[in-house]
Write a protein that binds this ligand. Sequence first.
Ligand code: SF4
Ligand code: MG
Length: 334
Amino acid sequence: MKPLLAVEELAVSFDTYAGEVKAVDQISFQVLPGEAVGIVGESGSGKSVTAHAIMRLIPTPPGRYAKGKILFEGADLLQRPEPEMENIRGNDISMIFQDPMTSLNPVLTVGMQIAESLQLHQHMNRKDAYARAVEMLRLVGIPSPEQRVKNYPHQFSGGMRQRTMIAIALACNPKLLIADEPTTALDVTIQAQILDLMKDLQRKLNTAIILISHDLGVIAGLCSRVIVLYAGKIAEAGTARDIFYHPRHPYTWGLLQSVPRLDSTQKQLLTAIAGQPPDLLQPPAGCPFHPRCPYAMRICQEHYPETTRISEEHRVNCWLQHPAAPNPKQEVAG
Ligand code: SF4
Ligand code: MG
């Protein structure tokens, strides 16, 4: 199957007074039609920058697409003129964000907001767009949509607002939906409902999804492939099975340890990864994770780990997995 999206060695930098920040540093991944891919990492790992780059919404300057390609259906989005991009956004690629309250217009009814996007992108007339808005609200599980369509955002709960955002994003039937921390602002029960809804819609509408989260637990139920980002680089990527059952990177191990487990009988103490993500103005030499890595060897401080392919899908950037790595016992950093 041809990929819907192929990100190739993408690098995005921000030029600041203090120097260059390499927010995303040569990452490559693909999304197949109808597939859900998870991107996980702590804040500052480059997740949102990647999402905004795909939508070509990086403010330039100070941002800069320093390298690489973003191939959507084979054509590079970074080469498209802006009017074409405007057409692609909303029609082919949609995005939903963490906080629906800031994305919804408080003075327009939710029906108007869904209809507006359909009139703009699909050139529907008012009446048809409004009818479709009711249909979309029903699809995302808003009760009595014929009445609710006349409500303003403040009359909706947080969960219902996020459902509305999903309705707006999916109204034009995009091929790709990018969801950047879509459930972070919601409580756990509502979070689970929204993720179920996304899963359901992905199956029904065959929309490809890029789900961005700091929490591997959120990714688990929806995504068939996972990309773990650290300091703007891919630490590990593979199928959900690879990442959840056979992780190879110490950072992935740390992320997995901080996922709450529903099946544990005892209250488990969650281990957060010690230390802070690096300052990207002055990233550490070698492997960017080395100051926090319990397994760091001397080579980790000097050389960025080459990619090791565990299988066709599973790749990891860690010296521990590299055939040429020195014996850890002799090389443990002091
Ligand atoms: Fe840890 Fe070294 Fe692997 Fe980086 S390359 S994750 S420092 S063992
Ligand atoms: Mg973010």
